[in-house]
Design a protein around this ligand. Structure first.
Ligand code: FMN
Length: 216
């Protein structure tokens, strides 16, 4: 094994960025999530809004990829993507997703499970209209997750749509938009010293969140 990988196997760091306890938890996990996200942004965590989204395919095989969280609303977590991508098809077929945020600088992880639903078209329109023009062209030009014969094919597709929309505003493609992930469980993990980490799981009951502490 290379020296770098040897170091990986043997490296251990301690975690000392505060604690979570029964007395400082809100009733609603989205309040705590928002606080942690704001702390990640203020703490200059790189890509604080990057999250892993996992879906399942027709064989029950989990599939993960990173996307950006773009909004936090009362219902849950919003991200934007191509509705006909692999993740889009898996969400259409099964709806169940898991999200994972890792904020290493703060020794924090948040794990979420829930159901993803398309957001209203007007909301996607509004967000799409604010994207840079090249991202708007990209949404039209890239058949996300489909096989390309070459990079050239992609560049030609971009050129085609640039020509088509020259001098005009670019409408949102019907195959592109947002999902809101409506959570049914959220676990907060705060690293502590000596591997005695704090973990709190919020599970949605009939009309309130049940909170339990989990062993690290
Ligand atoms: C930091 C980062 C942010 C990303 N953000 C998005 C995003 O917001 N939306 C998106 O569709 N893909 C995003 N991607 C690309 C996805 O990881 C993935 O490659 C793409 O969505 C296709 O996934 P799928 O084939 O599983 O559907 C991002 C990738 C990285 C590394």
């Amino acid at each position: 094994m290379s020296e770098n990988l040897d170091e990986m196997r043997n490296s251990r760091r301690d975690f000392d960025h505060g604690e979570l306890n029964e007395n400082n938890l809100p009733q609603d996990p989205l309040f705590l999530f928002k606080k942690w996200l704001e702390e990640a942004i203020m703490g200059e965590v790189e890509d604080p809004n990057a999250m892993t989204v996992s879906t399942v395919d027709s064989d029950g095989m989990p599939r993960s990829r990173v996307v950006y969280l773009r909004d936090l609303v009362q219902e849950g977590f919003i991200f934007y993507t191509n509705y006909t991508s692999n993740k889009g098809e898996q969400i259409r077929d099964y709806g169940k997703v898991a999200l994972n945020f890792l904020w290493t600088k703060l020794d924090r992880q948040v794990r979420i499970t829930g159901i993803a639903q398309k957001i209203p078209a007007e909301m996607s329109d509004e967000y799409f209209a604010k994207r840079p023009r090249e991202s708007q062209i990209g949404a039209w030009a890239s058949p996300q997750s489909k096989q390309l014969s070459s990079r050239q094919q992609l560049l030609e597709s971009v050129a085609k749509f640039e020509k088509e929309f020259e001098g005009k505003p670019i409408p949102r493609p019907p195959h592109w938009g947002g999902y809101v992930v409506i959570p049914n469980s959220i676990e907060f993990w705060q690293g502590r010293t000596a591997r005695l980490h704090d973990r709190f799981l919020f599970e949605l009951g009939k009309d309130n969140w049940r909170i339990i502490r989990l062993a690290p």
